[in-house]
Design a protein around this ligand. Structure first.
Ligand SMILES: NC(=O)c1ccc[n+]([C@@H]2O[C@H](COP(=O)([O-])OP(=O)(O)OC[C@H]3O[C@@H](n4cnc5c(N)ncnc54)[C@H](O)[C@@H]3O)[C@@H](O)[C@H]2O)c1
Length: 244
């Protein structure tokens, strides 16, 4: 079988550089091109006859980039966070019309996917939940895509939404943001890579599920797996857990 031809977009960034290295070393994949801010992605796709584009850029560019990749008829593997629910749905319609497989994954680390699945399971029995996500201080968006996805999975799984109780924030933001009615707290500090805790509270007990990515290479087995998987799909999937 011939190798799958991959272009990495956002190749000069932290995740992009890691993806370039991982795709170059992965049997069954060939890195045929790299693109970043100043490049014409569509031209690079055509010039190098790419089959898959891996995108690790910015929230502001993610929708336009993914649309461009699908319109060019190439399979998208999107790691960039910040895509809104309506944008994901529009992209799914676009790829359905072309019967083109792709994947959008807020988190490519296998342990993070498991953390989300375990949180979904716990939410059936312990509906009171809060999320703390911790990232490096250069992360541009908050909350993380993983926190948003986790909150959606918890909201879908829990049988009842805990009733709100009277409380007053003495300092605005003290109780975090609300994502699908679940409080989300974002920490940004040097020394972190990507970490998340999901805390459940019950009667005289609590359960904490925690995942830590301590190096960006933790995302790469998932990225390489996705590059091989998307060429077999004919729809755009949201979440690595659906294809594992
Ligand atoms: N899905 C995951 O598993 C996962 C893991 C970590 C980070 N992320 C996400 O990946 C994204 C990138 O993170 P990072 O730390 O590498 O950021 P970064 O700032 O280091 O890199 C982003 C790169 O994208 C380039 N870029 C910006 N706009 C572009 C455009 N329109 N076209 C082409 N290139 C463009 C920038 O020049 C830069 O080189 C973020 O959204 C982050 O949240 C996802």
């Amino acid at each position: 079988m011939t190798d799958i031809r991959v272009v990495v977009n956002g190749a000069k960034g932290r995740m992009g550089q890691e993806a370039v290295k991982a795709v170059s070393e992965e049997p069954g994949l060939t890195l045929v091109g790299q693109a970043d801010m100043e490049d014409d992605l569509a031209q690079i796709i055509q010039e190098f006859q790419a089959q898959v584009v891996v995108d690790f850029t910015t929230a502001a560019a993610a929708f336009k980039n993914t649309k461009k990749i699908i319109e060019t008829g190439v399979h998208p593997v999107i790691g960039t966070s910040g895509l809104l629910k309506e944008q994901v749905e529009e992209l799914q319609q676009l790829s359905a019309a072309k019967q083109l497989g792709g994947l959008i994954a807020p988190n490519f680390a296998i342990g993070a996917v498991l953390m989300m699945k375990f949180a979904q399971e716990a939410a059936k029995y312990l509906p009171h939940a809060e999320i703390i996500e911790l990232h490096h201080d250069r992360k541009a968006d908050a909350p993380s895509g993983t926190a948003i996805k986790t909150s959606l999975m918890i909201a879908e799984a829990r049988q009842q939404t805990p009733p709100p109780h009277e409380e007053k924030e003495i300092l605005s933001g003290a109780r975090g943001a609300r994502s699908h009615e679940i409080p989300v707290h974002s920490v940004r500090l040097p020394g972190f890579v990507a970490h998340q805790e999901v805390i459940f509270g019950g009667k005289s007990e609590s359960l904490t599920i925690r995942h830590d990515s301590i190096h960006r290479e933790s995302f790469m087995p998932g990225v390489c797996f996705a590059c091989k998987k998307v060429v077999e799909l004919n729809e755009l999937i949201y979440g690595l857990e659906h294809v594992l």
